[in-house]
Design a binder for this molecule. Sequence first.
Ligand code: IMP
Ligand code: MG
Length: 178
Amino acid sequence: MYDDIAKILLTEEQIKKRVREMGKEISAVYGQEEVLAIGILKGGIVFLADLVREISSPVALDFMVVTSYGHSTESSGVLRILKDLEEEVEGRHVLIVEDIIDTGLTMKYLVENLKSRLPASLRVATLLDKPERRRVDVHVDFNGFTIPDEFVVGYGLDFAGKYRNLPYIGILKPEVYQ
Ligand code: IMP
Ligand code: MG
């Protein structure tokens, strides 16, 4: 697994420090209001697990699964909900927690979908942002790191279902996915 990584982009320590800061930023915004944190499976799970423990506001959790890349590294632009929420969204302070915003297609879809359920507020937290690849506009409220246009894995992010358990964010060797 480790041999497939060309370069470590973000170390465990860097991620930990930034996630702690993000927790503080988020807590400052919500105060004692309850946050309904929606983890986008599967990629967002590692970030979500660490992030919620750095938030001092009350947090409720729920999860969604939307179709992603399959085994390719390019977005098809076609999105579908594979697992929907169990919680009611109406009147709640919703925070979408994602691993990465790339083309923005997934987040745009999620924001539009959740907005239609009339939350009291809707915000977006992402660990990584790859703005160079953006195809649609997305407003990001809390961003961990802006990264270059490289395919990354680890800390929840996968390639073909692998590498999610790497404790850092690494750039995959191109020969692994070519
Ligand atoms: P978007 O719809 O193009 O913004 O893509 C969002 C989804 O694509 C993320 O939730 C990830 O699952 C996946 N993705 C985008 N870039 C990467 C990457 O560099 N590594 C792993 N997954 C990625
Ligand atoms: Mg994914």
